[in-house]
Design a protein around this ligand. Structure first.
Ligand SMILES: [Cu+2]
Length: 127
């Protein structure tokens, strides 16, 4: 009986550790509270994207309309960057914007990075 309670206690401790660990951050994004570059105060959804020859990980990003978004670009080999022509956005290391237009927007690599450069693309979904 005593042993059973000990086992139950350990299981509960492990479960709560796993649950709190999951809540801290999701693998593709986290929300931080801060002042935006343009003076907007509010939550910024941060998304980390790894850029490599020749692709992105993740290569599809979903945000909600109205959200303030910052995409951090990790250029893991050479300089890539992201440009979203339909939204007039471009950046080598990061992009910050308010997702005020609903739809699906293709993004491309900003810098000539090698033979596969033209095939480097991703998709931003604003829903
Ligand atoms: Cu490129």
């Amino acid at each position: 009986m005593k042993m059973n309670k000990l086992v139950l206690f350990i299981v509960l401790m492990l479960l709560s550790a796993v649950i709190s660990g999951c809540n801290k951050s999701s693998p593709i994004g986290s929300v931080v509270q801060e002042n935006g570059a343009d003076g907007v105060v509010g939550a910024v959804k941060e998304i980390n994207v790894k850029a490599f020859q020749f692709g992105y990980d993740p290569d599809v990003i979903k945000v909600k309309k109205g959200e303030r978004v910052r995409i951090n670009i990790d250029n893991s080999d050479v300089l890539h960057g992201i440009r979203v022509p339909d939204l007039g956005l471009r950046g080598d290391y990061s992009l910050e914007f308010t997702a005020d237009k609903q739809g699906e927007f293709a993004w491309y690599c900003t810098n000539m990075c090698g033979q596969g450069h033209m095939g480097m693309k991703g998709k931003l979904i604003v829903e």
